[in-house]
Design a protein around this ligand. Structure first.
Ligand code: ZN
Ligand code: ZN
Ligand code: ZN
Length: 157
């Protein structure tokens, strides 16, 4: 019954109800079907996780507010965040500018967790938008606001 249902789905949804004789077209339809099924499964599995991830993200933003911009040092490829209390250093890099996902921080101009990387455990192992990334976003945001306001004061420049 399962196989028959799969056959019908394939025939009507993926091959437009036509009798396909060409093997390559048949394989293409099967591959699309498998991809869609895997995606369905991924979405169902991650439904609960998504809201938890967003909650973690908000918490990290709050903890980033305890960090100061003075901890940021420019680096060849990105920035270093030096923790005040320990000799530990973290490297933050910007990797993407555009992403369509929903795992964004509304306080950081909707930057999502895929746009930056950080070498701390929170980001590199647990795959969170860590407090260093929020700190970086807030820092860049404050800098762009500063540039905008100086431009507004000197419209000729
Ligand atoms: Zn944030
Ligand atoms: Zn993203
Ligand atoms: Zn980090």
């Amino acid at each position: 019954m399962h196989i028959e249902r799969m056959h019908r789905t394939l025939k009507y949804l993926y091959m437009g109800g036509k009798h396909v004789k060409r093997l390559d077209l048949g394989i293409h339809a099967i591959m699309q079907f498998v991809r869609d099924k895997l995606l369905d499964r991924l979405i169902t599995i991650n439904k609960g996780k998504l809201s938890r991830k967003l909650k973690d993200l908000g918490n990290c933003h709050v903890s980033s507010e305890k960090l100061s911009f003075e901890m940021i040092l420019p680096d060849e490829t990105g920035w270093q965040v030096v923790s005040g209390s320990s000799p530990q250093k973290y490297f933050v890099n910007r990797i993407k500018t555009e992403c369509q996902c929903n795992l964004t921080c509304s306080d950081c101009q909707n930057v999502c967790l895929h746009q930056y990387t950080c070498t701390c455990i929170d980001a590199s192992v647990k795959w969170n938008m860590c407090k260093h990334i929020h700190l970086m976003c807030r820092y860049l945001q404050s800098k762009s606001i500063a540039i905008e306001s100086t431009e507004a004061q000197n419209p000729d420049v």
